[in-house]
Design a protein around this ligand. Structure first.
Ligand SMILES: NC(=O)CC[C@H](N)C(=O)O
Length: 465
């Protein structure tokens, strides 16, 4: 079968093509001459699969899209505290090259406008690093993200530098305000050079997929951007990535995005997909006209709006009961009701999933409430099994809550067996209550053996725990 996805992407291109609005950026000579008939779109899944359509190998300069990634590098090199001291996180509502600073703090409003991006550039490597060292570092990281060696387009660099009065003015403003301490001309040159790195839509989709994948490259599996920086970058992209169109963008399209004046837009939907569009004609805000309409359509058709929760996973916990064979009768306390209760979890478990497990434990194993006949009906269960066989991951709060559940069950002197073949629970034996600890095993048979050894032998109505 031929995948329908590339056909769909072609359809997205053709729907946006008739839109003749906008014009290529005219303040950079090379961009002004761009072939405006070129158009492309690409999707990169978080497992590294890339789909693209149109002029997907045509290269253009990354321009302001570099701001997202250089912000991530600045956070890594200078630390988030230092970066926040120098650059705010508030949407400015101004044009991208506005000469402005926050009134009370004298910082650039955010890292997605030029003032903030020039500042972020100076935080790469160290405050005393040379332009060459910074560009080298930025090129290395961007190339790793794209999965191929990227290069600076010298013609674009020279063209922009020739008419860089406005960015130079920003550099001097930042120096005068004490935000940057290095030579402002060097800072602007470095910033313009980072804007002049050439990419194509496939590169950009893959770079965005790294952001969508928590900073891990989908193909090389290298953690290129630390997880906490990814959250920071995506947050700022959401509120400031489309400049003064941020509000429109969040309500119509609804995924973190960043545009560049060469006509590209990237989008990253956490946990799902990275995408990129390209078409050189931009609107008065600096965003590609056809790119915005392609992103709107992709978001609508593919349900990519981050606030659009169309269905909530509710079945992360499943409870089943197994009866015990009577053979081991004498070993049981009279209060034991000869049952093994199995709690199975599924999927990527976060707080809501762990809360459902906790609620099920409290309800079924707790004291019966006379006014609720369903409650406490396994309060005398002989043994309890947690099965994490189908759990893909636990986030830190889910893990912490389940650890607390385990501790409390052990304090009640319950027999507890945990099936955890991949070790997602990260149970540490040193946390055991006195001499009591749960038995952690990797499959059903081991769990049944363990429970049998405690005097219980389980006959499961459910063949798999
Ligand atoms: N929005 C943009 O892409 C702007 C980048 C461009 N190099 C500039 O500084 O003006």
């Amino acid at each position: 079968m031929k995948s329908p996805i590339p056909d769909y992407l072609n359809h997205v291109l053709e729907k946006a093509r008739p839109n003749e609005g906008g014009a290529p950026a005219d303040y950079i000579e090379t961009l002004a001459k761009a072939d405006t008939s070129k158009m492309a779109v690409a999707l990169a899944m978080v497992d590294g699969n890339v789909y693209s359509a149109g002029d997907d190998k045509v290269e253009f300069s990354i321009q302001s899209i570099a701001k997202s990634f250089v912000y991530a590098i600045a956070i890594e090199d200078a630390g988030l505290d230092q970066v926040l001291k120098k650059i705010g996180v508030e949407p400015s509502g101004d044009r991208f090259n506005q000469l402005s600073l926050e009134r009370n703090t004298n910082r650039p409003m955010n890292p997605m406008i030029n003032a903030g991006a020039i500042t972020a550039h100076t935080l790469v490597c160290s405050p005393t690093a040379t332009l060459h060292e910074r560009i080298d570092r930025i090129l290395k990281v961007l190339s790793k993200l794209a999965g191929r060696q990227l290069h600076v387009d010298e013609e674009v660099y020279r063209a922009e530098l020739k008419d860089a009065d406005r960015n130079m003015a920003l550099g001097y403003m930042l120096k005068a305000a004490g935000v940057i301490t290095c030579d402002p001309r060097e800072a602007v040159k470095g910033y313009v050079r980072q804007c002049s790195i050439n990419v194509n839509v496939q590169d950009l989709a893959m770079m965005s997929a790294v952001l969508a994948n928590g900073g891990i490259h989908p193909v090389t599996e290298e953690q290129i951007i630390p997880h906490t920086s990814v959250r920071q970058v995506l947050s700022v992209m959401t509120t400031c990535g489309m400049y003064d169109a941020a509000g429109d963008w969040v309500s119509n399209v609804g995924f973190p995005a960043k545009s560049g004046v060469a006509g590209a837009i990237i989008g990253a939907l956490p946990g799902q997909v990275g995408l990129a569009t390209f078409s050189p004609k931009i609107d008065e805000r600096g965003n590609s006209v056809r790119g915005v309409s392609m992103c709107e359509q992709l978001s609508r058709d593919m349900g990519l709006h981050m606030m659009d929760v169309s269905h909530v996973a509710r079945s992360t916990v499943q409870t089943s009961v197994s009866n015990l064979i009577d053979a081991a009768h004498d070993k049981h306390s009279p209060s034991c009701d000869r049952k093994v209760v199995v709690f199975k979890l599924r999927g990527a478990v976060r707080f809501p999933g762990a809360e459902r497990l906790t609620r099920a434990l409290a309800y079924e194993l707790g004291k019966p409430d006379p006014s609720d006949p369903g409650s406490g009906h396994h309060s005398n269960a002989c043994a309890i099994v947690f099965s994490f066989r189908e759990v893909f991951s636990l986030n830190f709060i889910a893990r912490r809550l389940i650890h607390e559940d385990i501790t409390r069950l052990l304090m009640e002197r319950r027999v507890l067996c945990i099936i955890d073949p991949t070790g997602v629970l990260e149970w540490d034996r040193t946390k055991a209550q006195g001499d009591r600890h749960p038995k952690v095993v990797s499959n059903d048979t081991e769990a049944r053996d363990y429970i049998g050894g405690t005097g219980c032998q389980a006959v499961s109505e459910d063949p798999e725990w």
